[in-house]
Design a protein around this ligand. Sequence first.
Ligand code: ADP
Ligand code: MG
Length: 240
Amino acid sequence: MISIKNVNKSFGTHHVLTDISLEVPKSNVIALIGPSGAGKSTLIRTINALEPIDSGEIIVNGISIHDKKTNINKARTNIGFVFQSFNLYPFLSVLDNVTISPIKVKKQSKEQAEKRAVELLTSLGLGDKVHAFPGRLSGGQQQRVAIARALAMDPEVMLFDEPTSALDPEMVKEVLDAIRKLAHEGMTMVVVTHEMGFAKEICDEIVFMAEGKIVEVAPPSEFFSNPKTERAQNFLKAVL
Ligand code: ADP
Ligand code: MG
């Protein structure tokens, strides 16, 4: 579903992604972990071309994302992105936040978009918040609205960049539960996370990055019990 081939990227003279290659099969969930500054956010942002790349290729569901001939806005409708800072529209209700893109970009009717939005919000435990404004919601509720907003476009792929890092501890679980549910439904996902227990539980593969390189790729059972590289061993010692 996602194929990343020999991707390189620099910011000026700073080489932040070095020859990154990674395959994510359909319905797989990948955790991208590693120290701060490793290039995790940059990498996940290249998957929907929020960051351009200098060389290499990224293909999502058959579409070459960085090809000049690709209609990137159309390709992006297939890729949901959830950020650390929820980025909801503060002056729109929860319902309008979730329906704006389906109506504007996918040309759905208001009724059709609202029906789906209410379904999604209800499934995420927000059935009673449909008419609320984001400022009245907790961080965990706002992040679940952000997830509903991404899902409303019916994406084939969901990308999460530290979706729980801005949340108070008591709200982390409700957001992780929402992501876990998507995993069980077979959504293809890449999740940048510091929640090691979560990564261990739901991910098919752990991708450990440091200094712009993929250092180790392994199933969680292997990665957490028997990391092969010294870099990963030291990282795990520091975070577990
Ligand atoms: P991570 O998400 O793993 O913490 P990032 O992808 O955010 O790492 O950053 C990787 C490196 O790229 C860091 O050294 C960071 O300072 C640098 N970087 C990220 N974004 C930019 C940018 N827009 N301009 C210049 N340097 C950047
Ligand atoms: Mg980051």
